[in-house]
Design a protein around this ligand. Structure first.
Ligand code: NDP
Length: 332
């Protein structure tokens, strides 16, 4: 038997509770069994656990879109007992039982070998939010390399700065030598954002209301986890030939923008998806995270909770109250 959070949807309503589960009940649509060590609470886990959006497609469901742990059984030639692995996305925690549990069974082709220099805890402190931040940064890096733009030659905007994606993006970009401007609704966290490497901090209200289709050119690049008017205003103020990596919808799913920045300033909008990202991109992102992410900063952005605390944390993240990353010790 092992402990897991389980979401059910009886007539009486949507529920997420701790349950004891027999290993024999693990999904048969998987060929590798993993003893999970750490998982996390991402924004999407918040949606799944609370039922605020229809993230979960079948019931009962174990939530948790990511985990790190050790293989205990494998029918897949790529993996053997004892291998250290991590997983992000592929519908895990949505359509397939996920990581907020002490055991998981998944398809071997979804797993990434845990980079040697990362512990399971560090990998999940990074989690899907941090891995997505790296996918955003790498999209911008490819763009800048192509355009001949060097770090330090202009400002890079990071929205949703106190969130998981935002915090890791600031640390990564500053580590690469970029001048990072952090946009936040929590100006009281300015010192924290500067400690991650933000050169300056702006109030997110400057970006969140409807704005002009073209605004003063400011950013050489943007990492946006907020969407809606914020993304529209970000695009409208990117410098000629610059780029935006859009991955989130914390403000909204809409994009009330015009084509002006794209057709008059040659701005590029990159869509970033972590869930179905091709395996070579995943491996490259995790390798780069293992090599470049500042471990002290990672520790500073991470708060540890137990599986029992995950339901409360889900509401907290949706309310925009989580700073940085929540890592879940599934054995606590
Ligand atoms: P967090 O909740 O940790 O961070 C989101 C941040 O956005 C908050 O901390 C807050 O930052 C800001 N924010 C919250 N509400 C609003 C609002 N109404 N208007 C403007 N800003 C707001 O979430 P994550 O960092 O884990 O994820 C961020 C987004 O990215 C989510 O929408 C998530 O679904 C998406 N995502 C997408 C992925 C993909 O594959 N495309 C993968 C991972 C995440 P502050 O207080 O500093 O303003």
């Amino acid at each position: 038997m092992f402990n897991a959070l389980v979401i059910t949807k009886p007539e009486s309503g949507y529920r997420c509770e701790m349950s004891a589960i027999d290993e024999a009940q693990l999904p048969s649509a998987g060929d590798v069994t993993v003893r999970v060590a750490w998982s996390t609470i991402n924004y999407k886990d918040g949606l799944a656990i609370t039922g605020k959006s229809p993230v979960v497609r079948s019931f009962p469901m174990v939530p948790g879109i990511d985990f790190a742990g050790t293989v205990t059984h494998s029918d897949n030639p790529r993996w053997k007992t004892g291998d250290r692995v991590l997983l992000n996305g592929y519908g895990v925690g949505e359509t397939h039982w996920g990581g907020l549990a002490q055991m998981a069974r998944v398809k071997g082709e979804w797993l990434v070998a845990l980079p040697e220099s990362l512990s399971e805890r560090e990998a999940m402190a990074i989690g899907t939010a941090g891995y997505t931040a790296m996918l955003c940064v790498q999209a911008l890096q490819r763009h800048w390399a192509d355009a001949g733009v060097e770090p330090g030659t202009g400002e890079v905007l990071v929205t949703g700065a106190n969130g998981g994606v935002g915090s890791v993006a600031i640390s990564l970009l500053a580590g690469l030598g970029h001048t990072v401007v952090a946009s936040t609704g929590r100006l009281q966290e300015t010192e924290y954002l500067k400690s991650l490497g933000a050169a300056s901090v702006i109030d997110r209200n400057e970006l969140s209301a409807p704005g002009k289709p073209l605004q003063k050119e400011r950013w050489i690049g943007v990492v946006d986890s907020v969407g809606s008017h914020t993304l529209a205003n970000a695009c409208a103020s990117v410098r000629y030939g610059g780029a935006v990596a859009a991955c989130g919808l914390a403000q909204g799913m809409d994009l009330p923008a015009s084509v002006a920045p794209f057709i008059l300033r040659g701005v590029t909008l990159y869509g970033i998806d972590s869930v179905m990202a091709p395996m070579p991109r995943r491996v490259a992102a995790w390798d780069a995270l293992a090599k470049t992410l500042d471990r002290q900063q990672l520790a500073a952005i991470t708060r540890e909770i137990g599986l029992n605390d995950a339901v409360g944390a889900a509401s907290e993240i949706l309310a925009g109250q989580v700073r940085g990353r929540l890592v879940v010790n599934v054995n606590a």
